[in-house]
Design a protein around this ligand. Structure first.
Ligand code: IMP
Length: 446
């Protein structure tokens, strides 16, 4: 029996990931699905993520806590692949508790192997960005993500959650702070951090987080053995992946479905079916290539209609046409089974719509999407133009109620990306979710 289980793919579980540059609306999809799952797991990124979930009239912005926290009885896990800023986590817990959402060791667990974002990581992120020359700036969220993952790879200067409970933890932190201060002074002429303050902060985190900390990988593998249903909640988007994104304008973790086994501590067979979430257009916050960017009135209109401002930083997002070449690449990379297309309503009244169907470099067609080539000058998009629609579609609840032009647009995305679209979202509320014939639709509806 066990052998059979080990050789088969697990289709009890589900992975939801973004296929663009983040902010695709994953939080809404995860929230719509959490009622069908026992556990919701974050496996990458940190407080750079901002997942907006609307429940009734209430809007929640989650950064570290999985979106399942808003459903009673769902078990939420922050996996080992996440970098955790305890001050953000504790603030988020307090905010939820203050709004009547219970958070405790009964519904939230934190991996003892997750790495801790320390105050010096946030300082390093800011100092490093400030030092980079204009076009080299990555435009990070300044949440200390890159410096924390750098220490993870460096090992000797890393602090894992579990390390806070080891004898001599405070002396070790003092040593690391001294080392960081020496680097900050030498490289940036920056003021030193006070080691006493850092240790005092870490001591308060230790106590507050203790009820949540455990070996979450072991917990999840046991859940798999017991046939419990697990939803893996992606953060950021595939084109921000440290290996497969538009490097160096990426985040520092593995954010595709390929990052789930490592970041959660489960077998690759147990990530389940993969849902890829796409916006009906493209946005990007921070620097880096966005070939379909519309730095003009169309981009401004999309930004205004889509309220395209960062959940974490409030920065205006760069907006552009849907890039089907990049979407196809990202869908293939993660073995996506089905797509969810979000924010379709935003494109109403925009006029004729364009979809990027290919790239050329100095006039010659390029094969597929190469994230390195995408950064080169001379790369041009090949567009297909489709009719737009002026109707307000936010009250549509069935696919057939959408205007013909909206359906044609959705079906063209489906054909170009090469995966079935199971969900079309026409607004932030749970009710504004149109499902089409698909396994995903059945799951949401059941
Ligand atoms: P970092 O992850 O803060 O280092 O930022 C690196 C790049 O990823 C920047 O361009 C950020 O704007 C972008 N980024 C990181 N997290 C998110 C996210 O959750 N949504 C959208 N962009 C993100």
């Amino acid at each position: 029996m066990d052998e059979e289980r080990h050789s088969a793919m697990n289709d009890t579980n589900l992975t939801v990931i973004g296929l663009q540059w983040g902010d695709e609306g994953k939080g809404k999809i995860v929230d719509a699905l959490t009622g069908r799952f026992d556990c919701v797991v974050r496996f990458c990124g940190g407080a750079n993520a901002g997942h907006t979930v609307t429940v009734g009239d209430k809007v929640y912005a989650l950064h570290l806590i999985p979106s399942g926290i808003l459903r009673h009885g769902v078990h939420n896990v922050i996996g080992n692949g996440v970098v955790v800023d305890p001050s953000v986590l504790l603030e988020e817990i307090a905010g939820l508790t203050g709004r009547g959402v219970a958070v405790s060791g009964a519904n939230l667990h934190l991996s003892n192997r997750a790495h801790v974002v320390m105050p010096y990581h946030k300082a390093a992120d800011r100092l490093n960005e400030a030092k980079l020359a204009g076009s080299a700036k990555i435009g990070t969220t300044a949440r200390g993500i890159g410096p924390c993952y750098a220490d993870k790879a460096n090992r000797s200067t890393a602090v894992r959650v579990g390390d806070l409970y080891q004898p001599g933890w405070d002396a070790r932190i003092r040593t690391i702070v001294a080392e960081k201060n020496a680097v900050f002074a030498a490289l940036y002429g920056a003021e030193p951090l006070d080691a006493d303050d850092v240790v005092a902060q870490a001591a308060s985190w230790r106590d507050a987080l203790a009820p949540l900390v455990c070996d979450t990988g072991a917990m999840l593998r046991q859940a798999v053995r017991q046939g419990r249903r697990i939803l893996f909640e992606g953060a950021q988007g595939s084109l921000l992946d440290v290996d497969h994104g538009t490097y160096p304008f990426v985040t520092s973790s593995a954010v595709t479905a390929c990052g789930v086994p490592t970041g959660a501590g489960v077998s690759p067979r147990d990530i389940g079916r993969v849902i890829g979430v796409l916006k009906a257009y493209c946005t990007r916050v921070g620097a880096g290539p966005l070939a379909t960017e519309q730095d003009n009135a169309t981009g401004d209109l999309i930004r205004r209609r889509g309220r395209e401002y960062g959940t974490t930083t409030g920065r205006p997002r760069r907006c552009g046409w849907f890039d089907a070449v990049a979407g196809r690449y990202a869908a293939e990379l993660s073995g996506v089974d089905e797509l969810a297309v979000m924010l379709l309503d935003v494109l109403g009244t925009v006029g004729e719509l364009k979809i990027c169907t290919g790239y050329t470099l100095n006039g010659r067609p390029l094969e597929g999407f190469d994230p390195t080539i995408a950064t080169l000058e001379g790369v041009q998009c090949v567009y297909e133009t489709l009719p737009g629609w002026d109707e307000d579609i936010t009250a549509c609840t069935r696919y057939g109620e959408l205007p013909q032009a909206a359906r044609d647009y959705v079906e063209r995305i489906e054909a170009l990306v090469g995966r079935p679209i199971g969900i079309v979202s026409v607004g932030p509320k749970r009710a504004q979710t149109i499902t089409r014939n698909s396994a995903l639709a059945d799951l949401i509806a059941s």
